[in-house]
Design a protein around this ligand. Sequence first.
Ligand code: DGY
Length: 347
Amino acid sequence: MNAPEAKRVTLRFAMTKPRAFISRRIPRSALEIIASACDYTMWDDLMPAPRDHFLRAAAEADGVLVMPTERIDAEFLAAAPRVRVVANMGVGYDNIDVPALTARGVLVTNTPDVLTEATADLAWALLMAAARRVVEGHKAIEAGAWGAWHPFYMLGQDVFGATIGIVGAGRIGAAIARRARAFNMRILYHNRRRAPQLEAALLAEYRAFDDLLRESDYVVAATPLTAETRGLFDARAFALMKDTAVFVNISRGAVVKEEDLVEALKRGRPWAAASDVFAVEPTPRDNPLLSLPNFVGTPHIGSATLRTRTDMATLAARNLVNALTGQAPLTPVNPEVWPIKLANGLR
Ligand code: DGY
C-alpha cells in the first residue's frame, strides 16, 4: 500500500474474529456494530478506493460492506475467495452479479425499507420542480432575466388533481403513490405483478405500460434496473407520452435511453423531465440534458438525508455482522445461500 492509501485506512485486527472490509467511511453507529463483532479494515474516505486497493482489501475479508458504486463481479470473486457475504449499502443491487455470487455460495444483502420515504420525497421534489419550472425560474432570477409579470409568464403544469403513472410498484413506487393521494391525483401503475394492496388502499389502477404512458400527466420510473427494464424509456415510449407530460426517473439511469430523452425533450414530448440518476455517474458537465431548460437533474441523492443514510449503513452493518456470526441476515437478496459456510472455521 502506498503512503496516501495508508493514511485513509482504518485498521482493527485481533485475528480471532471474522474479518470485514468496509469500502467507504460510514457513520459511527454502523461502524460500532461491525467493530463489536469483527476485525475490520475500512477505506476511511468519502471517495472510493482505487479498484486494486479495494480488491486487495477484499481478498483478506470474510465479508464486505460495499456501496452501490462498487462492482461486485467475476473479477471480485476471483480476487476475494474468502468472502462469504457482501452487504450492499443500497436497496438497488444492479452493481452486484447476484447469480454469480449465489453460485459461489456468497450471501448478498441490501437495505430496503429504510430509504423508501426519503426517496419518495425526492421523486416528488423533482416532479414539482419540473412541473412548476422551479430551477428554470431560479436561473432566470440569477441571470437578471425576470421580466414583467404577465399572464403567460413561466407557465407550468398543474399537479393537483392530475394523473400520475408509476412504473414499478414496489416499496418506493407505493410511497410515491401515497403522496399522490394528498394531491387528489388519479393513480395508475404498471408492474410485473398486480399490486392488490395498492389498488385497495389508494384506488390505484393497473395499466399496460403503453396505456400508462398515454394516459398519465406524470410518469415516474421507480422500477429496479433489470434486463427487462434496461432502456425501457426510449424514443417509442416518449412518443406515447402526452405533450404536457412530465417524466421523472428515480430508478437507475440505464432504464432510460438518454440520447432519446434529449431528442424527445427538444421536441417537447414529454413537456419536461427530471432525473436523479444518469447513464454514467457522475454525469459529465456536457451531458446535453443539462443544457435543456425543460430538464432538472440531481446527483443521485434519493436516499441522501442523514437519518436515512445512517439507517442504511446500520442495516448493512447488521446484515454483515449477522451473517458473519451465524445469525440470520435481516434483508437477504439471495436467502437460498443461507446459512453460509465460513472457510476459516469460525462457526
Ligand atoms: C439505492 O439504495 O439503490 C440508492 O440508489 C442509493 O442511493
